[in-house]
Design a protein around this ligand. Structure first.
Ligand code: SAH
Length: 339
């Protein structure tokens, strides 16, 4: 068997995985943990829409919407809190999995009946200003890995379920202070491309794009984070190279690299901040307590437990980061102010 470059292996494996599995049987994401997550993102989108001049119509876009839970919760919250935005918003979903498209259609039909248009890629969206949301989308895009060997580099390939290295002159890597022998450096080319296309759209038509994902803190880093490729099957970490398509393959998002790609394409960047900071600044605690106050005791416990999972440092609170791309000279957006 001929060895496959890691990004090709990852793209092929995830295409099989998403077409044949219910990914949410294997892992849980923030919108599935608490309805407050999607509701606050909806309110965030409404405020962002206001700050960029209330364009009407506006594309309300989600990339990688999973089960459609985030968008359903967001639309429900927006319909009540900011009906002008709800009326102006045209919903567009970027999703490659036919199976998940069907789940999204069912969920949105039932929760928030509104016309929805699906796309394979960001470049397919119609022209116009957009508010884009993407939670745990970039981590699913295929990465390449390079290993320091002597004064040069090798690239990692997968052959017969094992790593194979090929000497290579790598494309632009993130700026590194020093790289020890054997150290792994990752790049996510589709994430860079997504940021660049989003940036060009924001510059031309206006709007904002919000990314939430797990990854190392952008600014503070002095060393490459190394190998962050992971595979989850049945809620457990498994060997990423075993049976392509039987596990969900993801990697940490390099927010500094994403910000550079977006800035090079003319966008401004706000954040990243931790998910904890973002959600607390948006009033996640108050919203949770308000819901808990009128819920039966076991449901109140579930709501409080869900919030803890989203904001505690030991859980998703600090590993997850939030970053926005905007057109140049956009006013400060809610939740993204640094300490
Ligand atoms: N945002 C959701 C789902 C995260 S899982 C949540 O928070 O629950 C990743 C999602 O991205 C899935 O919907 C998957 O089908 C989609 N996806 C993965 N690769 C994609 C690609 N290249 N283009 C569009 N969608 C993709």
């Amino acid at each position: 068997m001929i060895a496959e470059r890691l990004d090709q292996f990852m793209a092929r494996a995830n295409a099989i995985y998403y077409a044949s599995h219910d990914p949410f049987a294997d892992f849980t994401t923030a919108p599935e943990v608490s309805q407050v997550f999607g509701e606050l993102l909806g309110l965030w989108a409404a405020i962002a829409w206001d700050r960029v001049g209330r364009p009407d119509p506006v594309l309300l876009v989600e990339a990688g919407p999973g089960r459609g839970t985030l968008m359903a919760d967001a639309l429900r919250a927006v319909a009540r809190a900011q009906p002008d935005f709800a009326a102006a918003a045209q919903v567009h979903l970027i999703e490659t999995s036919p199976r998940l498209r069907a789940a999204q259609a069912a969920r949105l039909q039932q929760a928030a009946p509104k016309q929805v248009t699906w796309h394979q890629a960001l470049s397919e969206l119609p022209d116009g200003p957009m508010i884009l949301l993407a939670n745990e989308f970039l981590d699913a895009l295929p990465i390449r890995q390079f290993v320091r060997r002597g004064t040069g580099w090798a690239e990692r390939y997968v052959g017969n379920g094992a790593w194979v290295e090929e000497p290579v002159v790598p494309p632009a890597l993130p700026p590194l202070r020093s790289v020890a022998e054997g150290r792994i450096v990752e790049i996510n080319e589709p994430a860079r491309a997504f940021a660049a296309v989003a940036a060009a759209r924001l510059r031309t038509f206006g709007g904002v794009a919000l990314f939430i994902d797990y990854g190392a803190d952008a600014g503070a880093r002095t060393e490459a984070p190394g190998d962050t490729l992971q595979a989850i099957a049945d809620g457990r970490m498994v060997n990423p190279l075993s049976a392509a398509g039987s596990a969900d393959l993801t990697a940490h998002v390099d927010f500094a690299d994403l910000a550079r790609a977006a800035a090079a394409a003319g966008a401004a960047v706000q954040g990243p901040v931790t998910q904890r900071r973002f959600l607390l600044q948006l009033g996640a605690r108050e919203r949770t307590e308000r819901l808990a106050a009128s819920a039966p005791p076991h449901q109140a416990e579930t709501l409080r437990g869900g919030l803890a999972r989203l904001i505690d440092a030991a859980q998703m609170g600090t590993l997850f980061k939030v970053m926005a791309l905007t057109a140049p000279h956009c006013p400060a957006l809610p939740g993204l102010a640094e300490d």
